[in-house]
Write a protein that binds this ligand. Structure first.
Ligand code: PEP
Length: 249
């Protein structure tokens, strides 16, 4: 069925020596793990060192990606540049990009399309704010993020795209969605994906949960039928906690 994916988003943390040390520890923790994928998304500056230190058992992702291969796009990174450094995936539309850097669904759609065009798997992040949840608009917001973020996208297979549901109110706050809340949204996301792509593609696509995932809550979240993995921020910066999350039961 769907192979679990445990992904660590290091955000703007760790200089090269610290990144190398943590990557080596993650590589060790992932060694011998055959029934799930382990991925880290370090800062761009540490990608080469992390590739070397983590070893081939760990997948790599960029934390963002441009839609063009080259050109006048100051501050951006091309899909081909990420691939050159060993990345298989790229996070797109993280709530910090949306909230702090004004990225819209339209811009995120360009990033998704660009990643796919060059054979990089986008991890499309979606999520509602606390205000949106309290106003009862969670599903409307998520549906728009999915439909606009994936406009014009066609997929040949489910493994070309990953979706991460990350309620904004749960990111870096220590507040996690309950397992039931996560499952309710994941089922809705899968149903919406089913309206955009063929049913068997939506059924096989991985949907990650993100938002204060830690060693204490990962097992219950991962037991939910439509939760296929985790996108982990803070707890991915410590070797022991990320190792425990990798080894969820
Ligand atoms: C994230 O940044 O994607 C995230 C989920 O962060 P945290 O685990 O710290 O909430």
């Amino acid at each position: 069925m769907r192979r679990p994916l445990i992904a660590g988003n290091w955000k703007m943390h760790l200089t090269i020596p610290a990144a190398r040390a943590l990557a080596a520890a993650v590589g060790k923790a992932a060694a011998g793990v055959t029934d799930r994928d382990v991925l880290i998304a370090p800062p761009f500056t540490a990608l080469a060192a992390v590739r070397e230190a983590a070893g081939s058992g760990v997948l790599l992702a960029g934390q963002n990606v441009c839609w063009e291969e080259q050109g006048a796009f100051t501050g951006e990174i091309a899909p081909t540049m990420l691939k050159e450094l060993g990345c298989a995936m790229a996070i797109v539309g993280h709530s910090e990009r949306r909230q702090l850097f004004g990225e819209t669904n339209g811009l995120i759609n360009q990033r998704v399309a660009g990643a796919l065009k060059f054979g990089l798997i986008p991890i499309l992040c979606i999520g509602e704010t606390l205000r949106e949840r309290e106003a009862g608009t969670t599903f409307t917001v998520l549906e728009a993020q999915l439909k606009e973020g994936l406009a014009g996208v066609t997929l040949a297979s489910a493994d070309q795209l990953v979706v991460a549901y990350e309620p904004v109110w749960a990111i870096g706050t220590g507040k996690t969605a309950t397992a039931a809340q996560a499952q309710e949204v994941h089922a809705f996301v899968r149903q919406t994906l089913g309206s955009l792509f063929e049913k068997n593609i939506a059924g096989q696509m991985r949907i990650l949960y993100g938002g204060s995932v830690n060693p204490a809550n990962v097992d219950e979240l991962m037991r939910q039928a439509d939760v296929d993995g985790a996108l982990v921020g803070g707890a991915a910066l410590k070797a022991e906690s990320f190792e425990r999350i990798i080894h969820f039961q």
